[in-house]
Design a binder for this molecule. Structure first.
Ligand SMILES: [Zn+2]
Length: 196
């Protein structure tokens, strides 16, 4: 077994941590904390628009945003991107100081600021080659809708408990986190002003 992406490319999971030998999703209780937290976040992130598109179009034109296809960063401090904007993120990460902020609570905010300041990858910058790791050996991965339905199905009765759980990651430190409610209502234009 190897590493796989679920729903969005970027975050990768050890297959054996999330699938049973029968290639079914394990019950969430049996999944280690870090991948479990990522799966729970993914079930929400798959419904979000690309951050960069959202910065361009805003809430009023939200329907023009491409859906998220990639996720980077840590749970609760993610950057979600469409295929068109992934190269901009990769360029920022590799060439504009992004990698220095890896794991920093300001990771996502710093990219949003950079993008909002009209910075982009140069023409022709290719981004990352996402190599498929021997697709024949992988179990059939659920679609984003399927994982979402699955998580809802299993956990809807305990949704409030899960939200509490999501609000209590070990890191980043509590004072630096964006809490869940704030995240839902996040207005990128307000949260990340374009001027100093
Ligand atoms: Zn986009």
């Amino acid at each position: 077994m190897g590493k796989v992406s679920i729903g969005l490319r970027g975050w990768r999971f050890e297959e054996e941590e999330i699938f049973t030998d029968d290639e079914e999703f394990k019950p969430l209780e049996e999944i280690p904390e870090d991948p479990r937290q990522r799966l729970l976040r993914l079930s929400r992130l798959v419904e979000q628009p690309c951050d960069a598109c959202y910065l361009i179009h805003g809430e009023a034109d939200k329907q023009r945003c491409n859906p998220a296809a990639y996720v980077y960063g840590e749970p609760m401090d993610e950057i979600v991107l469409c295929a068109d904007h992934e190269p901009d993120f990769v360029y920022w990460y590799q060439n504009a100081g992004g990698s220095d902020l890896r794991g920093d609570p300001e990771f996502a905010a710093a990219f949003h600021q950079w993008f909002a300041d009209d910075n982009r990858a140069p023409e022709g910058f290719g981004g990352v080659d996402h190599v498929e790791t021997d697709p024949e050996a992988l179990p059939d991965l659920p679609t984003p809708e399927e994982i979402h339905d699955r998580l809802e199905e299993d956990y809807e009765p305990r949704e409030i408990d899960l939200r509490e759980y999501i609000d209590e990651p070990d890191e980043p430190p509590a004072e630096d986190r964006v809490d869940d409610e704030e995240f839902d209502d996040l207005d990128l234009d307000t949260e990340y002003p374009t001027g100093e």
